[in-house]
Design a protein around this ligand. Structure first.
Ligand SMILES: [Zn+2]
Length: 422
């Protein structure tokens, strides 16, 4: 009997160890494949759907990036040769990028929050608490709601005075896009502490609603288990695969025009129905409740360095397309002037990237009447992809504030910052 208990105890320990093991990407490579047509783009996208050994990192006009396990290199090579598509290694070992991302933790002061490393959710929450305590007159906590795994989804409002136009920032809806929440927390700090006259104007003459991590479950999972996780963590009844793509789950032309997948094992799985993901429903309910106060909606993503306006679900242009492009151009031009020379392109989601239905930018624009609405895909263009080295966080944040200053200026010039509520 005793022996039996001992065996069980050992088994339990072993299972705990296995459960805590992180997914490794040793010798996984990311390939860049240049495509000449939408058909060719689709060919690679379909390959990514075939097996867990392939994972789509980026798919856009003329270029698809795909992560491949070492066992599948040959298959990819044969496949691309068949269609005469040039193949180029972009990342030679994904695991070494992930390991490199972790190194700075050891050298960094773990007790102060900053922007020279990436932090887990608990540290981001502590940062928000700290900010709320330090600036009680101009900040307030936003309770967005609760995730599938019962985590709190938190946001912060920064408001220096009554009667400001509103800017909403949704960030880290895709779990693996860590640079987005690093940027969002930096922005919160910058708006409250900067002494730059232009940033002070930006901070004090607008109401800011910022949700640094929307997909809290997925984000936690990228820290504990799988750095490359993208979706939510809600199981799907009829499938062994977990989670949906929250940025395909909004109730706006949901699942139209192949802008999302109905296969739960795909990275762009739209969910069982619109708003099936509690995180998306929570954000939508909150935004709906304050939509009269919002003039601009920005959804932070990575990577690709592009501003994407509506529409994602159709090639039809939005009615204020020219203005949407002029405002995006202002952002792009301003960023390009910095010494880093980061080049952002812009266009509608469906044109510059691919058909995407049920995304935040479309939902905010079409269903909530927020006429300036963008997905912003941050650094880089694929050298590091989702695993942007911590040393780039601060330079990237400089890019972002320069871009935002120009974006808001242009929005004002074009008359988009008039207060809608009485
Ligand atoms: Zn994303």
């Amino acid at each position: 009997m005793k022996r039996h208990i001992l065996v069980l105890a050992v088994l339990a320990i072993l299972m705990a160890i296995v459960g805590a093991t992180k997914v490794r990407y040793d010798n996984y490579k990311v390939f860049k494949i240049r495509t000449k047509s939408l058909e060719q783009q689709k060919l690679i996208e379909n390959l990514a759907k075939e097996s867990k050994s392939f994972n789509l990192w980026h798919s856009g006009k003329g270029e698809v990036h795909i992560m491949v396990s070492p066992q599948k290199f040959i298959q990819l090579q044969n496949y691309t040769q068949t269609f005469n598509l040039p193949l180029e290694v972009m990342v030679s070992n994904v695991q070494s990028l992930i390991d490199g991302e972790q190194i700075s933790k050891a050298t960094d002061n773990a007790h102060t929050f900053g922007w020279t490393r990436y932090y887990p959710l608990s540290a981001i929450e502590a940062f928000l608490d700290d900010i709320l305590a330090k600036y009680p007159d101009v900040t307030s906590h936003i309770d967005i709601g609760t995730s599938y795994e019962r985590r709190k989804i938190r946001g912060i409002k920064i408001s220096y005075k009554e009667g400001n136009p509103g800017i909403f920032i949704e960030s880290n809806i895709h779990a693996r896009e860590w640079i987005t929440s690093a940027t969002a927390t930096w922005l919160i700090n910058e708006l409250l502490t900067s002494t730059d006259a232009n940033v002070r104007k930006l901070a004090e003459n607008h109401d800011w609603y910022i949700v640094p991590v929307l997909n809290v479950d997925g984000f936690a999972y990228t820290h504990t288990t799988d750095r490359m996780w993208r979706k939510t963590r809600q199981p799907v009844n009829f499938s062994p695969c977990i989670g949906a793509d929250p940025n395909r789950n909004y109730n706006s032309h949901w699942m139209e025009n192949n802008g999302a997948s109905s296969n739960p094992c795909d990275e762009t799985y739209a969910g069982t129905h619109p708003f099936s993901e509690p995180e998306v429903k929570a954000l939508a309910d909150y935004v709906t409740s304050i939509k009269e106060r919002l003039n601009i909606m920005l959804a932070f993503h990575s990577y690709s360095q592009v501003l994407l306006s509506p529409h994602g679900w159709t090639k039809e242009l939005p009615t204020n397309f020219d203005h949407l492009m002029a405002v995006a151009k202002a952002y792009s031009d301003a960023v390009l002037q910095l010494p880093y020379k980061t080049k952002y392109t812009y266009g509608t989601s469906s044109d510059a990237m691919y058909f995407a239905s049920g995304a935040t930018n479309d939902w905010a624009y079409s269903e909530q009447g927020i006429r300036l609405s963008y997905t912003i895909e941050f650094r880089d263009t694929g050298r590091f992809g989702f695993i942007l080295p911590p040393i780039q966080i601060l330079p990237h944040c400089e890019d972002t504030i320069a871009g935002l200053l120009a974006l808001v200026d242009k929005a004002d010039e074009l008359g988009y910052l008039k207060v809608k509520y009485a």
